[in-house]
Design a protein around this ligand. Structure first.
Ligand SMILES: Cc1ncc(C[n+]2csc(CCOP(=O)(O)OP(=O)(O)O)c2C)c(N)n1
Ligand SMILES: [Mg+2]
Length: 278
């Protein structure tokens, strides 16, 4: 049985996705010059995943409001969500310009009540439980609406994540689509070095009754196809192999870029690389 819930788009335009992701990385880079820390590497790691969810998977109601829900479980990576919400007109340019300022409404982690934000996250390990509850509520109301969420490999090490993994399949939340941004970094250390028993990850989700598929998390088409071609009778986990800091060579797999903002020289080098990627 194929998934009963179709994606928004039946075909996927890779060139458009690539250009959007380049643009989002550039916008995040520019905002990084306003503040000393904004988890740039974390946002770059899941850019293609979040872009695909917003632009190709989440469906809208007739009035243009979103029908499906996106929840950023790895809250510290929220810059990618903020810049997409800005482009969609849900957040304003002024909102992003006031990021992390005393009078601004956007902080380092997403706050419930900000436009487009459905849950306060950032305390890692809680997002999947909330997404599971939301999926269950949609099922109870028979809406057919889907809940999308993105987790980090660091937060999959939290015990609470595994409680949610168990509950989602016990409660048959087939309208729950999650992705792990599997970048092999947990703050300043490699997950594979600090937690070798974390792997193989795919088998663990399957053992808990989930449908789980592994993809290259920077291949937008692969992400789109894996989700839309899911079997669809169980909760779905995309284990996305990613690179922390993806898109700017000196940031890739270099732990300090988990949160640091580039200085002027580093900023110029990053601009050059992102412009060359047009
Ligand atoms: C419960 C909890 N413990 C610790 C932290 C501090 N913290 C912020 S990010 C992070 C880990 C970052 O690695 P990962 O979760 O894999 O995210 P990514 O690599 O995608 O940035 C930690 C430990 C937190 N936010 N929440
Ligand atoms: Mg990580």
């Amino acid at each position: 049985m194929k998934a009963s819930i179709p994606a928004r788009a039946n075909s996927f335009d890779e060139a458009l996705a690539r250009e959007r992701c380049r643009r989002y990385r550039r916008r995040i880079l520019d905002i990084s010059q306003q503040v000393s820390a904004l988890h740039i590497g974390s946002a770059y790691s899941c850019t293609e995943i979040v872009d695909c969810m917003y632009h190709a998977l989440i469906r809208n109601n007739a009035n243009g409001s979103p029908r499906d829900t996106f929840l950023m479980s790895k809250g510290h990576g929220c810059m990618i969500q903020y810049v997409i919400l800005e482009e969609l007109g849900i957040l304003s340019r002024a909102d992003l310009d006031a990021y992390c300022t005393p009078n601004g409404r956007l902080g380092v982690h997403p706050d419930y009540g900000s436009p487009g934000i459905v849950a306060a996250t950032g305390s890692l390990g809680h997002g999947l439980s909330m997404a599971c509850g939301m999926a269950l509520a949609e099922k109870g109301r028979k809406t057919g609406n889907v809940i999308y969420t993105v987790l980090s490999d660091g937060e999959v090490q939290e015990g609470s994540t595994w409680e949610a993994v168990m509950m989602a399949s016990s409660l048959r939340c087939d309208n729950l689509v999650a992705a792990v941004d599997n970048n092999d970094f947990q703050s300043l250390g490699r997950t594979s070095e600090t937690h070798p028993s974390f792997y193989p990850l795919l088998d663990k989700f399957r053992a808990f009754g989930w449908e789980a598929v592994e993809v290259d998390g920077h291949d937008s088409r692969a992400i789109f196809e894996a989700v839309t071609e899911r079997e669809g009778s169980r909760p779905f986990m995309l284990v996305a192999k990613t690179t922390k800091g993806k898109g700017v060579s000196y940031m890739e797999n270099v732990p300090i870029w988990h949160y640091r903002s580039p200085n002027k020289d580093e900023y110029s080098r990053a601009v050059e690389e992102l412009e060359a990627a047009r």
